[in-house]
Design a protein around this ligand. Structure first.
Ligand code: ADP
Ligand code: ZN
Length: 745
């Protein structure tokens, strides 16, 4: 027999199957992680067996050297998935395969943990042995301890009772009174069990859970979109769906955004399913990750809960994947291959026969469009549970505040609501969105926002150049001295930080304790959980934060949510800015009044009449959807077109620029040729310019942004780009093709 092996070297030149002979004595099967002799000098390299075959095409075949883990580390479905990813994401086969196993398994940097235990040897009479040991008191008491336990005892346990007993244990083994065995243990992340009451489902919840159950039973790879308002009990539906899935003899994966993967979230699942749960996220130690992964691989866990990359978990009888908060942009990988977890999940359930559930209070435009067109099954939870109302939303026009002479961060309305909330002993959350690299320019007097004439996208202020730039087409405009609309001098770059907000709270309410959560205060491991639980315990009355505080947290005592500046997200230089804003505003508003106290939301903005703000106030998702899809159609943004981006990075500035410009020119001709006369208008945009983040760790970055109309010729166009790209990957140090990028930086 022969094995086809993908050698674990990330290089285009060797990213193909190599054939090795399987020696008689080696039980190699598909999915095994092996060592093989490779290249000149036959150095041993790691590799993955992706197929077996009975004959080889040429006679000089080397042998597989050895198997690394006893069991195959890759499932057939994962190998098929990686092969698909290779084409879909223009990545190396080996890069896709690497996603399927814990990183530290490569290079054998993590090992199974073994604990040595001792127990009474078979056939010994405890009383006789005790008597025989009366002149060796240390051995005697250890022996009696083990005898009394009547079970295996580990050396650390024995030493905890009687410090310094190691020598005594050894002597007892030597004398044949105790026998020794070594046992594999699994390092587990700290588990918290939250008591999660088993609610009787509402009719809407029952209907949704039943639909999911049928889809799991059908096993046809169906996708279901669960659209439930905040606090409608989606998690409860997931729990029921998982129970049903297990009772059908299958297993499940639950993805949540990394940021929501808190002990609170995991605790709700652990309370219901106990040790059948495995957790995968970036805060695990390498040993914990390896062991959780092995518990899944070896079938000791049936439910995986984790962040984005858990979509690759080695679940053998996959019946259900749930993606909570499916609209979150964190479901796109930030490193190559830049996969979308949702896309991978859909592929996996299609290959293996299962169901995919996408859940959200604010589904992505794409998913909702698919649900309306019948591609996905739409499930709706229209109301909060237990008759709780949605929070009341008040919109404040910050332009009026300025006219009235209030140029502080808080409007009179927000100040008033804060005093009421604090006086009643309740808690408030203040939300501000800020992302370092994107600063737009607007007029504080009339609300005018400086936009690109070609793209209808906010211009971004570049401090170093003190001028503004369009991130889509590269157009440049100077920073105006006065507002082009109202001629007043109040036009400037916009940005309020969380620190400023915190100071303003302290000035207004000196006695009030605050907590601040942003990327600066969250650097340390565990700080996120610490802050959240401090707020839970009501150690502070006001929590101030960036989008981190918007997600999925359940604080029963929070009755007020203040959005300090709704405009920051509305004017991000991204065609998805309106969608992101609606999602964020709805999610933050959803934090208010989740228990029995009614909630209030104050939303401060310079554009109170902006349709997105109006839909957010009404918490009207369908209204938002129809408005925004029409706007996308008008500007020919996705889903009516498709964006491609090619990023060029090199340590040498000139090299990156030249590579980008030359590539762009040649690719444009190739595309024009492929599209022909008939498709002349399909290429909506192709520009080469500096990337939004022009420099990252010593690398200069350029990008080509391409916008293609979605027509029947799109497939040909993509094929052309793909072939061209494969032939020009070496244009500079890094050349990366991204299809429909979620975040551009
Ligand atoms: P979502 O995920 O949709 O925001 P959750 O699942 O967190 O909502 O539910 C919100 C709250 O309502 C939770 O505290 C949950 O325990 C409670 N809940 C869920 N379903 C029910 C139900 N059928 N009856 C009573 N309370 C429920
Ligand atoms: Zn532009």
């Amino acid at each position: 027999m022969y094995a086809e092996v993908i050698v674990d070297i990330a290089h285009t030149a060797v990213d193909r199957r190599f054939t090795y002979r399987i020696p008689e004595e080696l039980p190699v099967s598909v999915g095994h992680h092996v060592l093989v002799p490779f290249g000149q000098g036959d150095h041993k390299k790691e590799g993955f067996v992706v197929a077996l075959k009975s004959s080889a095409d040429y006679p000089e075949i080397k042998d597989v050297s050895r198997i690394i883990e006893r069991y195959p580390v890759l499932l057939p479905d994962q190998i098929a998935l990686a092969e698909w990813m290779k084409d879909a994401y223009h990545c190396l086969f080996v890069d896709a395969l690497r996603l399927m196993i814990p990183a530290q398994m490569r290079g054998m940097r993590v090992r199974e943990k073994k604990v040595r235990t001792v127990m009474l040897a078979g056939g010994v009479d405890p009383e006789a042995v005790s008597e025989a040991l009366k002149n060796a008191p240390a051995q005697k008491r250890v022996f009696e301890l083990v005898a009394k336990l009547g079970a295996e005892a580990s050396l650390p346990d024995i030493n905890a009772f009687y410090p310094g007993s190691t020598a005594a244990v050894k002597a007892l083994i030597r004398k044949g009174f105790l026998t020794e065995q070594s046992e594999t243990v699994f390092r587990r992340p700290e588990k918290i069990r939250l008591h999660a009451p088993n609610h009787t489902l509402t009719d809407a919840q029952t209907h949704a859970a039943d639909a999911i159950r049928s889809a799991v039973a059908r096993a046809e790879g169906d996708v279901l979109l669960l659209h439930g308002v905040t606090g409608s009990g989606k998690t409860e539906v997931y729990l029921r769906a998982i129970e049903d899935c297990l009772s059908l003899g299958k297993q499940a994966i639950v993805l949540v955004p990394e940021i929501s993967l808190t002990p609170q979230t995991v605790g709700r699942f652990t309370d219901r399913f106990g040790d059948r749960i495995a957790v995968l996220h970036s805060r695990l130690s390498p040993g914990e990750r390896f062991d959780e992964w092995r518990r899944i691989r070896l079938g000791l866990a049936d439910i995986v809960i984790g962040a984005r990359s858990a979509v690759f978990a080695p679940v053998e009888r996959l019946g259900l994947i749930i993606i909570d908060e499916e609209h979150e942009s964190s479901y796109q990988s930030e490193t190559q291959p830049r996969y979308l977890a949702g896309e991978i999940a859909a592929r996996r359930v299609k290959n293996t026969g299962g169901a995919l559930v996408l859940g959200s209070a604010t589904p992505s435009l794409m998913s909702y469009a698919r649900a309306l067109s019948g591609k996905y099954e739409l499930l709706t939870l229209p109301d909060r549970v237990a008759g709780r109302p949605l929070p009341t939303v008040e919109v404040v026009n910050m332009r009026d505040e300025l006219l009235m002479g209030n140029n502080s961060i808080f409007s009179d309305k927000l100040t008033e609501r804060m005093s009421e909330c604090l006086a009643a002993g309740q808690q408030a959350m203040l939300f501000i969105n800020r992302r370092g690299y994107a600063t737009f320019v607007s007029c504080r007097s009339c609300g005018y926002v400086l936009k690109c004439d070609n793209c209808d996208i906010s211009m971004t202020y570049h401090k170093t150049e003190s001028r503004t730039r369009c991130h889509y087409c590269g157009a440049v405009k100077p920073l105006p001295k006065e507002c082009p609309n109202c001629k007043k001098p109040f036009i400037k770059q916009f940005g309020i930080g969380t620190e400023q907000v915190e100071e303003a709270v302290h000035t207004l309410f000196p006695a009030v304790r605050t907590l601040r959560m942003d990327t600066d205060t969250m650097r340390e491991k565990g700080s996120y959980e610490k802050l959240l639980s401090a707020f839970h315990r009501r150690e502070a009355q006001v929590l101030i934060g960036t989008q981190m505080i918007a997600k999925g947290h359940d604080f029963p005592n929070v009755t007020l949510v203040g959005v300090v500046a709704a405009d920051t997200t509305l004017n991000l230089p991204d065609y998805r800015a309106p969608e992101r804003t609606f999602q964020l505003l709805t999610q933050v508003a959803g934090r208010a009044g989740r228990d029995n106290l009614p909630g209030r939301v104050v939303l401060q903005t310079y554009e109170p009449n902006h349709p997105i703000i109006r839909f957010a106030k009404a918490q009207d998702y369908p209204g938002f959807f129809h408005y925004e899809i029409a706007a996308r159609k008008k500007m020919l943004y996705p889903p009516f077109s498709l964006f491609l981006r090619i990023v060029f990075a090199d340590r040498d500035e000139r090299t990156a620029e030249r590579a980008c410009l030359e590539y762009a020119k040649a690719l444009e001709s190739a595309l024009r040729a492929a599209l022909g006369e008939e498709g002349r208008l399909d290429l909506l945009l192709l520009v080469a310019a500096e990337a939004p983040v022009a420099r990252i760790s010593g690398y200069t970055r350029y990008q080509i942004l391409i916008k293609l109309l979605r027509t029947k010729r799109l497939k040909d166009a993509l094929e052309t780009v793909s072939v061209f790209h494969d032939a020009h990957r070496d244009a500079c140090a890094e050349v990366q093709l991204e299809i429909n990028p979620q975040e551009m930086f």
